[in-house]
Design a protein around this ligand. Structure first.
Ligand SMILES: Nc1ncnc2c1ncn2[C@@H]1O[C@H](COP(=O)(O)OP(=O)(O)OP(=O)(O)O)[C@@H](O)[C@H]1O
Ligand SMILES: [Mg+2]
Length: 258
C-alpha cells in the first residue's frame, strides 16, 4: 500500500483537484483507492459527489474517536474508489485537539487497520500547516506537492520544507517527498515555463517533478460542481488525458523502485 498526502499550504494550487482525479484514474486502472478529506472546506467530498450536509459521520467523528473507519467510509460510485468525507465540523477539531495527548497522531490511531486492502491512500490537506496537516504527515509515507505554474509558486515552499524536516525528525522518519506536480499550466505564457525551469533547478524538489504537466482546462474547474471526477464528467478532455497520464506515471514509480 502507498499512502500519499497532497500538500501545499498555499491555497488554490490544485491539491483537491489532484486528489480527486488522480484517485479516480488510479481506480480506473484497477487499483483499490481510498481518498481522505482532511480539509474543513470539504471540497474533495463535494467533488466526489458526497452530500456533506447529510453526513451521518465524517472524518471529524473518526479523529474524535466517536466512530470506526468502517462507519465513516463511503463508496464514491466509482468502482474501487472510496472516500472518508469531511464537513465544516472539522474546522473545530484543530482547537478541540489542542489539549489531547498524542494530538498529532489521532488520525493514524483511529484509522488503525482501516486502510488494509487498499493499494493507494490519498489524503487531501487543508491550505495550512496546522494540526490537521500534522495528523496527515504522521499517517502517510509520501508527499506529492502540487505547484501552480505562476510567479508565486515557490512562495512558502521553504516553510513547507522546514515542516517536512521537523516531522521527519520527530514524528515520521519514513516520510519522503516523492512527487512535484505542476498544475494549471498554460503554454501561452512564458512565465509557466520559467517557473517550471526554476523549480527543476531547486535542489530538494527539482528531480522529483513528474514529467506529466496538468494543463489548465475549463472542464477540470467545472467537474466539482457536477460531483464527478474528470474521467466521468469529461472523459475526452485534456484534463482527463493529463490526470490519466499522471496516474500511469505514479504506477511507474513502483517499477522504478523494484
Ligand atoms: N488544471 C486546472 N485547470 C483549470 N482549473 C483548475 C485546474 N486545477 C484546479 N483548478 C481549479 O482551481 C481552483 C483551485 O483548485 P483546487 O481546489 O484543486 O486547489 P487546492 O490547492 O485544493 O485549494 P485549497 O488550498 O483552497 O484547498 C478550483 O476551482 C479548481 O476547480
Ligand atoms: Mg483543496
Amino acid at each position: 500500500m502507498r499512502s500519499i498526502a497532497l500538500l501545499n499550504q498555499k491555497g488554490g494550487v490544485g491539491k483537491t483537484t489532484t486528489t480527486a482525479n488522480l484517485g479516480a484514474c488510479l481506480a480506473m486502472l484497477g487499483k483499490r483507492v481510498l481518498v481522505i478529506d482532511m480539509d474543513p472546506q470539504a471540497n474533495l467530498s463535494v467533488h466526489l459527489g458526497v452530500d456533506i450536509h447529510n453526513l451521518k459521520h465524517s472524518v471529524y467523528n473518526l479523529i474524535k474517536g466517536e466512530c470506526s473507519p468502517e462507519t465513516v467510509l463511503l463508496n464514491t460510485g466509482i468502482h474501487g474508489l472510496d472516500i472518508i468525507p469531511a464537513n465544516i465540523e472539522l474546522a473545530g477539531a484543530e482547537i478541540e485537539l489542542v489539549g489531547v495527548v498524542g494530538r498529532e497522531t489521532v488520525l493514524k490511531e483511529y484509522l488503525g487497520d482501516g486502510l488494509n486492502g487498499y493499494d493507494y491512500v490519498l489524503v487531501d490537506c487543508p491550505p495550512s500547516l496546522g494540526l490537521l496537516t500534522l495528523n496527515v504527515l504522521t499517517l502517510v509515507h509520501e508527499l506529492f506537492i502540487p505547484l501552480q505554474t505562476e510567479f508565486f509558486a515557490l512562495q512558502g515552499v521553504s516553510k513547507l520544507l522546514d515542516t517536512y524536516e521537523v516531522v521527519r525528525k520527530r514524528l515520521n522518519h519514513d516520510l519522503e517527498i516523492t512527487g512535484i506536480i505542476f498544475c494549471m499550466y498554460t503554454s501561452r505564457t512564458r512565465l509557466c515555463n520559467e517557473v517550471i525551469g526554476k523549480v527543476k533547478e531547486y535542489p530538494p524538489l527539482g528531480d522529483k517533478a513528474f514529467s506529466t504537466i496538468i494543463r489548465k482546462n475549463v472542464k477540470l474547474s467545472e467537474s466539482p460542481s457536477h460531483g464527478k471526477p474528470i474521467i466521468s464528467y469529461a472523459p475526452d478532455s485534456y484534463g482527463s488525458e493529463d490526470y490519466m497520464a499522471l496516474a500511469k506515471e505514479v504506477l511507474q514509480q513502483e517499477n522504478n523502485r523494484k
